[in-house]
Design a protein around this ligand. Structure first.
Ligand code: PMV
Length: 338
């Protein structure tokens, strides 16, 4: 039995613009997806997902997930969850040159699904890592991140950047621009997350931004401006000492850019009333800055505040179902000793 766990992430800056080659800076957070893999004697794959905000289901299938499993949850949720696990299995089989390998797989996750915290990337990264290790062919991190990206790319019909999968594999803060991915030094930032209980449709939101960008020069300029603010944010991080707590000057600087980033994302049509009201609640509570994280449309916001004010304010904000602090996850994917 092999167990691997990989972290979720928040976007400090740069979602959506990263799809067009602009840089983005996601940071891994201590909320993880855990995947347990046991090789089987046949070529079947049996997936148990107890904790994917689906009521809990177990399915066994051979080959692909073309035949929908008979379970009592909306087919779209099962398809989405199974699609990622199935793509991870395909990548692991290809990497290990074992096309007929079968697995019993258990997925557990404490990352809200589809809410901008990189739940699918974490499942894919931990799944490929555990499955290749179970087959005796562990991958180096770069190859693992690349295979996880290809799995997401396939499931999301090409609407995926390398940001989530690279960040979940490596941990810490990373910078992604097109195919260039690198880890960057960052101090442990006081992330506060507000969750509206919902999820956005990443494919539709990415397609919406693409259409706006093609139709209006000012929308293309908005995307380019996001790239500019990300570059400013990178400079602030590069000048900071990653070994000490961030100064309030640094938090003010990053927070201002996060506020600006949220405004530009809202202009591109990917915010939502619930996200805007959580962002404003955080700002009014004294957060250094706040923005939506991920594709938008619903899901999570991230704010910077070392004090208890923002989590408290969010917990009283209409539309916020959960508010929590998230530590920077310095470890990326890792093996869990049974
Ligand atoms: O909502 P998430 O965590 O899947 O993030 C989507 C981020 C986008 O930039 C909108 C798309 C991508 O793959 O980078």
């Amino acid at each position: 039995m092999t167990v691997c766990e990989a972290p979720g992430k928040v976007y400090l800056f740069g979602e959506h613009a990263v799809v067009y080659g602009e840089p983005a800076v996601p940071a891994a957070i201590e909320r993880r997806a855990r995947v347990t893999v046991e090789p089987r004697a046949d070529d079947h794959v049996r997936v148990t997902a107890a904790d994917l905000s689906l009521d809990g289901f177990t399915v066994e299938y051979a080959g692909t997930v073309d035949d929908p499993p008979d379970v009592n949850v909306p087919a779209s949720l099962v398809d989405a969850a199974m699609g990622y696990v199935d793509a991870a299995v395909r990548q692991a089989r290809a990497a290990a040159d074992a096309p007929d390998a079968g697995f019993d797989i258990t997925v557990e996750s404490d990352i809200p699904l589809g809410a901008g915290l990189g739940s699918s990337a974490a499942v894919v990264v931990a799944g490929i890592d555990a499955a290749t290790r179970a087959l005796g062919v562990p991958l180096d991190r770069r190859e693992l991140a690349d295979r996880a990206y290809r799995a997401e790319f396939e499931v999301q019909d090409g609407q995926a950047s390398r940001a989530d999968t690279f960040c979940s594999t490596m941990g810490g803060a990373v910078r992604v621009a097109g195919d260039d991915c690198e880890s960057i030094d960052a101090p442990s930032l006081p992330f506060v997350i507000g969750f509206d209980g919902g999820a956005g449709d990443t494919g539709a939101l990415v397609a919406g931004v693409r259409a706006l960008r093609e139709e209006h020069d000012f929308a293309a300029d908005t995307v380019a401006s996001i790239g500019d603010l990300v570059r400013e944010g990178e400079t602030l991080l590069a000048d900071a000492d990653p070994t000490v707590s961030p100064s309030s000057e640094l938090l003010d600087g990053l927070g201002e850019l996060m506020d600006f980033n949220h405004g530009l994302l809202a202009a591109l049509g990917v915010s939502a009333r619930s996200l805007d009201s959580m962002v404003w609640a955080a700002r009014e509570a004294g957060a250094h800055g706040a923005k939506l994280t991920g594709a938008g449309g619903g899901g999570c916001i991230v704010a910077l505040d070392p004090s208890p004010e923002t989590p408290t304010a969010l917990s009283f904000t209409q539309g916020c179902v959960e508010a929590f602090r998230a530590e920077l996850a310095t470890d990326g994917v890792r093996v869990v000793e049974p």
